[in-house]
Ligand binder design. Sequence first.
Ligand code: ATP
Length: 362
Amino acid sequence: MALLEIRDVVKRFGDFTAVNHVSLSVEAGEFFTLLGPSGCGKTTLLRMLAGFEQPDSGELLLDGKSLNGVPPEKRPVHTVFQSYALFPHMTVQQNVAFPLKMAGVAPDQIKARVAEVLEDVRLQQFATRMPSELSGGQRQRVAIARALVNRPRVLLLDEPLSALDAKLREQMQLELINLQKEVGITFIYVTHDQGEALALSHRIAVMSQGQVEQLDAPENIYSYPKSRFVADFIGQCNLLDATIRSVSAERMQIEIEGVGTLDTLPVAGATVGQKGTLALRPEKIKLGASVATGNADEVHFKGKVHDCLYLGDVTVYIVELENGMLIETMLPNAAPGRARFFDDNDQVELAWRFDAGHFVLA
Ligand code: ATP
Protein backbone atom coordinates (compact mmCIF):
# COMPACT_ATOMS: atom_id res chain seq x y z
CA MET A 1 0.00 0.00 0.00
CA ALA A 2 1.21 3.52 -0.80
CA LEU A 3 2.12 5.67 2.20
CA LEU A 4 0.13 8.62 0.95
CA GLU A 5 -2.74 8.65 -1.47
CA ILE A 6 -4.43 11.64 -3.05
CA ARG A 7 -7.76 10.57 -4.55
CA ASP A 8 -9.55 12.82 -7.01
CA VAL A 9 -8.95 15.96 -4.94
CA VAL A 10 -10.55 19.27 -5.92
CA LYS A 11 -9.94 22.65 -4.26
CA ARG A 12 -11.73 25.84 -5.30
CA PHE A 13 -11.27 29.41 -4.16
CA GLY A 14 -14.57 31.07 -5.12
CA ASP A 15 -15.06 30.41 -8.86
CA PHE A 16 -11.40 29.51 -9.36
CA THR A 17 -10.34 25.85 -9.32
CA ALA A 18 -6.80 25.73 -7.91
CA VAL A 19 -6.56 21.90 -7.77
CA ASN A 20 -8.62 20.06 -10.36
CA HIS A 21 -9.26 16.32 -9.80
CA VAL A 22 -5.74 15.33 -8.79
CA SER A 23 -5.02 11.68 -8.00
CA LEU A 24 -1.58 10.32 -7.16
CA SER A 25 0.18 8.21 -4.58
CA VAL A 26 3.54 8.50 -2.85
CA GLU A 27 5.54 5.53 -1.58
CA ALA A 28 7.27 5.35 1.81
CA GLY A 29 10.83 6.69 1.60
CA GLU A 30 10.28 8.54 -1.67
CA PHE A 31 11.65 11.96 -2.56
CA PHE A 32 8.59 13.18 -4.44
CA THR A 33 8.36 16.57 -6.13
CA LEU A 34 5.43 18.70 -7.20
CA LEU A 35 6.78 20.84 -10.04
CA GLY A 36 5.05 23.53 -12.06
CA PRO A 37 4.88 27.21 -12.94
CA SER A 38 3.61 29.81 -10.51
CA GLY A 39 -0.11 29.41 -9.80
CA CYS A 40 -0.42 25.76 -10.96
CA GLY A 41 -1.75 24.65 -7.57
CA LYS A 42 1.27 22.87 -6.09
CA THR A 43 1.33 24.86 -2.82
CA THR A 44 -2.43 24.41 -2.41
CA LEU A 45 -1.95 20.64 -2.73
CA LEU A 46 0.84 20.75 -0.14
CA ARG A 47 -1.29 22.84 2.23
CA MET A 48 -4.08 20.25 1.99
CA LEU A 49 -1.59 17.52 2.93
CA ALA A 50 -0.48 19.62 5.90
CA GLY A 51 -4.11 20.22 6.90
CA PHE A 52 -4.02 24.02 6.45
CA GLU A 53 -6.64 23.75 3.68
CA GLN A 54 -9.51 21.26 3.26
CA PRO A 55 -10.36 19.71 -0.13
CA ASP A 56 -13.81 20.54 -1.55
CA SER A 57 -14.04 16.97 -2.74
CA GLY A 58 -11.85 13.89 -2.92
CA GLU A 59 -9.80 12.27 -0.23
CA LEU A 60 -6.29 12.27 1.25
CA LEU A 61 -5.16 9.03 2.87
CA LEU A 62 -2.10 8.21 4.96
CA ASP A 63 -1.45 4.50 5.50
CA GLY A 64 -4.90 3.88 4.06
CA LYS A 65 -6.65 6.10 6.64
CA SER A 66 -8.45 9.28 5.64
CA LEU A 67 -6.84 12.57 6.67
CA ASN A 68 -9.99 14.54 5.91
CA GLY A 69 -10.99 16.48 9.01
CA VAL A 70 -7.74 15.63 10.88
CA PRO A 71 -6.25 18.93 12.19
CA PRO A 72 -2.66 19.84 11.21
CA GLU A 73 -1.17 19.13 14.65
CA LYS A 74 -2.64 15.62 14.67
CA ARG A 75 -1.05 14.66 11.33
CA PRO A 76 2.37 12.94 11.29
CA VAL A 77 3.33 15.49 8.66
CA HIS A 78 5.55 18.59 9.06
CA THR A 79 6.24 21.50 6.78
CA VAL A 80 9.46 23.39 6.08
CA PHE A 81 8.66 26.82 4.67
CA GLN A 82 10.78 29.01 2.42
CA SER A 83 10.83 31.67 5.16
CA TYR A 84 12.25 29.12 7.70
CA ALA A 85 9.88 30.53 10.41
CA LEU A 86 12.47 30.15 13.21
CA PHE A 87 11.88 31.76 16.62
CA PRO A 88 14.41 34.63 16.66
CA HIS A 89 14.70 34.79 20.48
CA MET A 90 15.59 31.10 20.84
CA THR A 91 18.91 29.35 20.25
CA VAL A 92 19.25 26.64 17.59
CA GLN A 93 18.85 24.00 20.29
CA GLN A 94 15.73 25.62 21.72
CA ASN A 95 14.19 26.04 18.28
CA VAL A 96 14.71 22.38 17.49
CA ALA A 97 13.51 21.27 20.95
CA PHE A 98 10.30 23.31 20.73
CA PRO A 99 7.98 20.69 19.13
CA LEU A 100 9.11 18.07 21.67
CA LYS A 101 8.54 20.46 24.58
CA MET A 102 5.03 21.19 23.31
CA ALA A 103 4.39 17.43 23.13
CA GLY A 104 5.43 17.07 26.79
CA VAL A 105 8.47 14.87 26.15
CA ALA A 106 10.80 14.37 29.17
CA PRO A 107 13.81 16.79 29.25
CA ASP A 108 16.52 14.09 29.03
CA GLN A 109 14.79 12.56 26.01
CA ILE A 110 14.51 16.00 24.41
CA LYS A 111 18.24 16.56 24.91
CA ALA A 112 19.18 13.25 23.32
CA ARG A 113 16.81 13.62 20.39
CA VAL A 114 17.87 17.23 19.67
CA ALA A 115 21.54 16.20 19.69
CA GLU A 116 20.75 13.36 17.30
CA VAL A 117 18.85 15.49 14.80
CA LEU A 118 21.43 18.34 14.95
CA GLU A 119 24.02 15.74 14.03
CA ASP A 120 21.85 14.61 11.09
CA VAL A 121 21.91 18.15 9.71
CA ARG A 122 25.54 18.72 10.77
CA LEU A 123 24.80 21.62 13.13
CA GLN A 124 26.09 20.21 16.43
CA GLN A 125 28.62 23.01 16.86
CA PHE A 126 25.97 25.69 16.31
CA ALA A 127 23.58 24.47 19.03
CA THR A 128 23.88 27.57 21.21
CA ARG A 129 23.83 30.17 18.45
CA MET A 130 20.88 32.47 17.77
CA PRO A 131 19.26 32.32 14.28
CA SER A 132 20.60 35.84 13.54
CA GLU A 133 24.14 34.45 13.91
CA LEU A 134 23.65 31.86 11.16
CA SER A 135 23.91 31.92 7.36
CA GLY A 136 20.83 31.32 5.20
CA GLY A 137 21.82 27.71 4.53
CA GLN A 138 22.38 27.04 8.24
CA ARG A 139 18.99 28.56 9.13
CA GLN A 140 17.43 26.33 6.53
CA ARG A 141 19.04 23.32 8.19
CA VAL A 142 17.70 24.38 11.61
CA ALA A 143 14.20 24.59 10.09
CA ILE A 144 14.63 21.08 8.67
CA ALA A 145 15.97 19.76 12.00
CA ARG A 146 12.97 21.23 13.84
CA ALA A 147 10.58 19.62 11.34
CA LEU A 148 12.33 16.24 11.69
CA VAL A 149 12.75 16.21 15.47
CA ASN A 150 9.56 14.32 16.32
CA ARG A 151 9.97 11.89 13.47
CA PRO A 152 7.13 12.74 11.10
CA ARG A 153 6.08 10.18 8.49
CA VAL A 154 6.16 12.83 5.79
CA LEU A 155 8.16 16.05 5.46
CA LEU A 156 6.61 18.72 3.25
CA LEU A 157 9.07 21.23 1.81
CA ASP A 158 7.69 24.37 0.16
CA GLU A 159 10.36 25.93 -2.09
CA PRO A 160 12.85 25.66 0.80
CA LEU A 161 15.91 26.74 -1.20
CA SER A 162 14.50 29.59 -3.24
CA ALA A 163 15.90 32.30 -0.93
CA LEU A 164 19.48 31.02 -1.30
CA ASP A 165 22.06 32.06 -3.89
CA ALA A 166 22.85 29.63 -6.74
CA LYS A 167 26.05 28.18 -5.24
CA LEU A 168 24.53 27.57 -1.82
CA ARG A 169 21.39 26.16 -3.40
CA GLU A 170 23.42 23.50 -5.19
CA GLN A 171 25.22 22.62 -1.97
CA MET A 172 21.90 22.40 -0.08
CA GLN A 173 20.46 20.20 -2.84
CA LEU A 174 23.24 17.68 -2.23
CA GLU A 175 22.64 17.93 1.51
CA LEU A 176 18.91 17.33 1.09
CA ILE A 177 19.53 14.24 -1.06
CA ASN A 178 21.91 12.82 1.55
CA LEU A 179 19.71 13.77 4.49
CA GLN A 180 16.68 12.13 2.94
CA LYS A 181 18.70 8.97 2.30
CA GLU A 182 19.93 8.96 5.89
CA VAL A 183 16.67 9.62 7.71
CA GLY A 184 14.55 7.63 5.24
CA ILE A 185 11.52 9.90 5.72
CA THR A 186 9.22 10.59 2.75
CA PHE A 187 9.87 14.06 1.35
CA ILE A 188 7.26 15.94 -0.66
CA TYR A 189 8.96 18.89 -2.24
CA VAL A 190 7.38 21.85 -4.02
CA THR A 191 9.36 23.84 -6.56
CA HIS A 192 8.98 25.73 -9.83
CA ASP A 193 12.67 25.09 -10.59
CA GLN A 194 12.88 22.21 -13.06
CA GLY A 195 16.63 21.71 -12.59
CA GLU A 196 16.12 21.32 -8.86
CA ALA A 197 13.29 18.83 -9.40
CA LEU A 198 15.39 16.73 -11.81
CA ALA A 199 18.36 16.72 -9.44
CA LEU A 200 16.53 15.84 -6.23
CA SER A 201 13.56 13.63 -6.95
CA HIS A 202 12.83 9.94 -7.27
CA ARG A 203 9.60 10.93 -9.04
CA ILE A 204 8.14 14.22 -10.21
CA ALA A 205 4.52 15.26 -10.75
CA VAL A 206 4.54 18.07 -13.33
CA MET A 207 1.50 20.29 -12.72
CA SER A 208 -0.25 22.82 -14.93
CA GLN A 209 -3.48 24.67 -14.21
CA GLY A 210 -4.44 22.56 -11.21
CA GLN A 211 -3.82 19.21 -12.90
CA VAL A 212 -1.01 16.67 -13.08
CA GLU A 213 0.33 16.65 -16.65
CA GLN A 214 2.85 13.86 -16.11
CA LEU A 215 4.05 11.78 -13.18
CA ASP A 216 7.28 9.88 -13.69
CA ALA A 217 10.98 9.48 -12.85
CA PRO A 218 13.13 12.52 -13.78
CA GLU A 219 14.81 10.68 -16.71
CA ASN A 220 11.44 9.79 -18.25
CA ILE A 221 10.00 13.26 -17.75
CA TYR A 222 13.06 14.70 -19.51
CA SER A 223 13.40 12.15 -22.32
CA TYR A 224 9.75 11.19 -22.91
CA PRO A 225 7.58 14.22 -22.16
CA LYS A 226 3.89 13.38 -22.55
CA SER A 227 2.83 16.83 -23.68
CA ARG A 228 4.23 19.88 -25.38
CA PHE A 229 3.83 21.74 -22.07
CA VAL A 230 6.09 19.24 -20.24
CA ALA A 231 8.69 19.22 -23.05
CA ASP A 232 8.79 23.01 -23.00
CA PHE A 233 8.76 23.44 -19.22
CA ILE A 234 11.52 20.90 -18.49
CA GLY A 235 14.91 22.00 -19.83
CA GLN A 236 15.70 23.42 -23.26
CA CYS A 237 13.89 21.82 -26.17
CA ASN A 238 13.33 22.38 -29.90
CA LEU A 239 9.59 22.01 -30.52
CA LEU A 240 8.93 21.29 -34.19
CA ASP A 241 5.30 21.22 -35.41
CA ALA A 242 4.73 18.09 -37.47
CA THR A 243 2.10 15.86 -39.07
CA ILE A 244 2.26 12.05 -39.01
CA ARG A 245 2.52 10.60 -42.54
CA SER A 246 2.99 6.89 -41.80
CA VAL A 247 3.26 4.62 -38.78
CA SER A 248 4.86 1.19 -38.42
CA ALA A 249 6.04 -0.84 -35.44
CA GLU A 250 9.63 0.48 -35.62
CA ARG A 251 9.33 3.88 -37.27
CA MET A 252 7.00 6.74 -37.80
CA GLN A 253 7.35 9.16 -40.68
CA ILE A 254 6.53 12.78 -39.89
CA GLU A 255 6.44 15.89 -42.04
CA ILE A 256 7.86 19.05 -40.54
CA GLU A 257 6.62 22.09 -42.37
CA GLY A 258 9.36 23.74 -44.43
CA VAL A 259 11.88 21.06 -43.43
CA GLY A 260 10.58 17.91 -45.06
CA THR A 261 9.73 14.34 -44.14
CA LEU A 262 11.83 12.43 -41.65
CA ASP A 263 11.72 9.34 -39.46
CA THR A 264 11.18 9.23 -35.72
CA LEU A 265 10.26 6.61 -33.11
CA PRO A 266 6.57 5.68 -33.06
CA VAL A 267 4.46 6.61 -30.05
CA ALA A 268 1.39 4.86 -28.64
CA GLY A 269 -1.87 6.07 -30.12
CA ALA A 270 -0.31 7.71 -33.20
CA THR A 271 -2.41 7.69 -36.38
CA VAL A 272 -1.73 8.95 -39.91
CA GLY A 273 -2.74 12.58 -40.40
CA GLN A 274 -2.48 13.43 -36.70
CA LYS A 275 -0.61 16.62 -35.78
CA GLY A 276 1.89 16.89 -32.98
CA THR A 277 5.32 18.12 -31.98
CA LEU A 278 8.77 16.63 -32.35
CA ALA A 279 10.55 17.47 -29.07
CA LEU A 280 14.28 17.49 -29.77
CA ARG A 281 16.81 18.29 -27.05
CA PRO A 282 19.78 20.46 -28.13
CA GLU A 283 22.35 17.96 -26.82
CA LYS A 284 20.90 15.19 -29.03
CA ILE A 285 21.83 17.06 -32.21
CA LYS A 286 25.24 16.65 -33.84
CA LEU A 287 26.81 19.94 -34.90
CA GLY A 288 29.98 20.44 -36.93
CA ALA A 289 31.51 21.89 -40.07
CA SER A 290 30.70 18.59 -41.77
CA VAL A 291 28.71 15.92 -39.95
CA ALA A 292 27.02 14.01 -42.78
CA THR A 293 27.74 10.29 -42.45
CA GLY A 294 25.44 8.96 -45.16
CA ASN A 295 23.86 6.77 -42.47
CA ALA A 296 20.20 6.14 -43.37
CA ASP A 297 19.26 6.40 -39.69
CA GLU A 298 20.24 10.06 -39.63
CA VAL A 299 18.77 13.25 -41.02
CA HIS A 300 21.13 15.96 -42.08
CA PHE A 301 20.76 19.73 -42.63
CA LYS A 302 22.92 22.66 -43.65
CA GLY A 303 22.68 25.99 -41.89
CA LYS A 304 24.58 28.91 -40.41
CA VAL A 305 25.20 30.03 -36.87
CA HIS A 306 22.65 32.66 -35.90
CA ASP A 307 23.67 33.17 -32.24
CA CYS A 308 26.20 31.79 -29.78
CA LEU A 309 25.73 31.70 -26.03
CA TYR A 310 28.97 30.93 -24.16
CA LEU A 311 28.11 29.25 -20.83
CA GLY A 312 31.58 28.18 -19.72
CA ASP A 313 31.22 24.40 -19.80
CA VAL A 314 29.16 24.42 -23.00
CA THR A 315 28.30 26.85 -25.76
CA VAL A 316 24.75 27.00 -27.06
CA TYR A 317 24.57 27.54 -30.82
CA ILE A 318 21.34 28.66 -32.44
CA VAL A 319 21.55 27.47 -36.04
CA GLU A 320 19.43 28.87 -38.86
CA LEU A 321 18.52 26.19 -41.42
CA GLU A 322 18.35 27.08 -45.12
CA ASN A 323 14.55 27.45 -44.82
CA GLY A 324 14.95 30.00 -41.98
CA MET A 325 14.00 27.65 -39.12
CA LEU A 326 16.04 28.15 -35.93
CA ILE A 327 17.37 25.04 -34.16
CA GLU A 328 19.08 25.15 -30.78
CA THR A 329 22.15 22.94 -30.37
CA MET A 330 25.08 22.81 -27.97
CA LEU A 331 28.66 21.61 -27.77
CA PRO A 332 30.81 21.00 -24.69
CA ASN A 333 33.87 23.29 -24.60
CA ALA A 334 36.08 20.36 -23.73
CA ALA A 335 39.02 20.91 -26.09
CA PRO A 336 41.94 22.57 -24.26
CA GLY A 337 42.49 26.23 -25.13
CA ARG A 338 39.32 26.34 -27.18
CA ALA A 339 36.60 28.64 -25.84
CA ARG A 340 34.15 27.88 -28.64
CA PHE A 341 34.01 26.12 -31.96
CA PHE A 342 31.95 28.47 -34.14
CA ASP A 343 31.06 32.13 -34.45
CA ASP A 344 28.04 33.97 -35.80
CA ASN A 345 27.43 33.34 -39.52
CA ASP A 346 29.76 30.31 -39.72
CA GLN A 347 28.45 27.65 -42.15
CA VAL A 348 27.66 24.48 -40.20
CA GLU A 349 25.85 21.17 -40.54
CA LEU A 350 23.39 19.47 -38.23
CA ALA A 351 22.43 15.83 -37.98
CA TRP A 352 20.29 13.75 -35.66
CA ARG A 353 19.35 10.10 -35.44
CA PHE A 354 15.75 9.04 -36.04
CA ASP A 355 15.49 8.11 -32.35
CA ALA A 356 16.99 11.37 -31.02
CA GLY A 357 13.67 13.17 -30.65
CA HIS A 358 10.42 12.25 -28.97
CA PHE A 359 7.11 12.81 -30.73
CA VAL A 360 4.41 14.37 -28.58
CA LEU A 361 0.79 13.99 -29.64
CA ALA A 362 -0.75 16.51 -27.24
P1 ATP B 1 3.61 29.64 -6.58
O1 ATP B 1 4.78 28.90 -7.11
O2 ATP B 1 3.48 31.03 -7.14
O3 ATP B 1 3.47 29.59 -5.09
P2 ATP B 1 1.61 27.54 -6.80
O4 ATP B 1 1.69 26.63 -7.95
O5 ATP B 1 2.12 27.05 -5.51
O6 ATP B 1 2.29 28.92 -7.19
P3 ATP B 1 -0.87 27.97 -5.44
O7 ATP B 1 -0.30 28.81 -4.34
O8 ATP B 1 -1.25 26.59 -5.11
O9 ATP B 1 0.09 27.97 -6.69
O10 ATP B 1 -2.12 28.75 -6.04
C1 ATP B 1 -2.89 28.22 -7.11
C2 ATP B 1 -3.91 29.25 -7.49
O11 ATP B 1 -4.88 29.40 -6.44
C3 ATP B 1 -3.32 30.63 -7.73
O12 ATP B 1 -3.96 31.21 -8.84
C4 ATP B 1 -3.66 31.39 -6.47
O13 ATP B 1 -3.84 32.77 -6.73
C5 ATP B 1 -4.95 30.73 -6.01
N1 ATP B 1 -5.07 30.76 -4.54
C6 ATP B 1 -4.26 30.14 -3.68
N2 ATP B 1 -4.67 30.35 -2.40
C7 ATP B 1 -5.76 31.13 -2.47
C8 ATP B 1 -6.66 31.70 -1.50
N3 ATP B 1 -6.49 31.48 -0.20
N4 ATP B 1 -7.68 32.46 -1.96
C9 ATP B 1 -7.87 32.65 -3.30
N5 ATP B 1 -7.06 32.13 -4.25
C10 ATP B 1 -6.03 31.39 -3.86
